[in-house]
Design a protein around this ligand. Structure first.
Ligand code: PMP
Length: 344
């Protein structure tokens, strides 16, 4: 590349080094200083770019992947999109086995990013050969040189954040961070970031956000899997109905559960009060801050960093649709999206 032209060699060089942005009006009633790590500044618009690049480059270092080989994962969400993006640049085939529950928009996004998408029936058990888990496993066995990312059970998911998100937050706050707040899905984000931060200062409080309908909080408190905790909920990417090994429960100090409705309202409030157009789990994370504040977790001296995982554009037919909000029974009197009809 010409040295006198300031340009990145490709889009992957933009992964990581996301900004910290101070939260103002949305937290004005709480003591402490609040900073949001805005992961939608990654080129694939979510925190999952970090694990996609890290896990693929680790496989390259180990000699498992060479150009033309195949990356396999079971997700229609952010991880799938990030894996497809990294695969475009590095010349891999990307196969995603997704559930037939996934929206048409999501499947179209993945295909447009070059992934080959297998749509598998949603209402079969995980061990049914047609399930997306089994389809992915079978393809991995059949395709020589393929890598199965398996983000819920992959230690490299934690390592990706230990090596990037953790050091970034430590440096951006000059070591002054007192609390980390992060959503838990696979648990990779919170576990890797927290591990790094606790190594620098073991007093930093690590606060996890879980969903009502998920087992993580109860498991953290009892170390027992309680299937009575499990019921359907709306927020995608938050909480789980199994215990992921990509979560290190020992580094997390406390969990709070948040509801679909509160999280949806808070996602909209982030736009109105901070100009941050972010995803459903970003609303969940800030909702978690409100609940921890109500529990007396923060003081005037607290420096709280909250990780906000993805961008609002992925939720236009959900949280940012008034029709969807009404269908869920989540009225929002602050936010009217009625078209203004122009009269001539
Ligand atoms: N928010 C969104 C939108 C996600 O897709 C995920 C990943 N499932 C998370 C939060 C949680 O991140 P992690 O998997 O690292 O716990």
């Amino acid at each position: 590349m010409r040295e006198d032209i300031q340009a990145y060699n490709n889009v992957l060089e933009l992964i990581g080094d996301t900004p910290l942005v101070k939260l103002n009006r949305i937290v004005e009633d709480f003591p402490g200083n609040f900073y949001a790590k805005i992961e939608s500044f990654n080129p694939g618009h979510s925190t999952k770019d970090r694990i996609a690049l890290y896990i693929i480059e680790e496989a390259e270092r180990q000699g498992i992947l060479k150009p033309g080989d195949t990356i396999i994962e079971t997700t229609s969400g952010n991880t799938g999109f990030s894996l497809a993006m990294v695969s475009v640049i590095k010349g891999y085939e990307c196969i995603l086995a997704v559930s037939s529950k996934s929206s048409k928009d999501k499947i179209a996004m993945l295909k447009n990013m070059g992934a080959k998408v297998y749509v598998c029936p949603a209402h079969v058990s995980a061990d049914d050969p047609r399930s997306y888990y089994q389809v992915a496993r079978r393809l991995h066995e059949e395709i020589k040189g393929s890598v199965y990312i398996n983000q819920y059970f992959n230690q490299l998911n934690i390592d990706a954040h230990y090596n990037s998100t953790g050091p970034e937050i430590w440096n951006q706050t000059n070591g002054k961070i007192t609390h980390l707040v992060a959503c838990c899905g696979t648990g990779g984000t919170i576990s890797g970031t927290a591990k790094y931060l606790k190594e620098q200062n073991n007093d930093i409080r690590i606060l996890g956000i879980d969903a009502y309908g998920s087992v993580l909080k109860k498991y953290h408190e009892t170390r027992e899997f309680d299937d009575k905790e499990i019921y359907p909920y709306r927020i995608e990417g938050l909480g789980k109905n199994l215990i992921p090994t990509a979560t290190d429960f020992d580094v997390i100090d406390q969990f709070e559960k948040v509801s679909d409705e509160d999280s949806a309202h808070t996602a909209r409030e982030l736009v109105r009060k901070e100009g941050l157009f972010l995803g459903y789990t970003s609303g969940a994370a800030v909702q978690g801050i409100k609940q921890f504040a109500a529990l007396g977790e923060f003081t005037e001296d607290s420096n709280i960093v909250v990780i906000l995982p993805d961008h609002g554009s992925r939720y236009m037919s959900k949280v940012f649709s008034d029709d969807w909000m009404m269908e869920q029974g989540f009225s929002d009197s602050n936010h009217e999206l009625e078209d203004i009809k122009v009269q001539f």
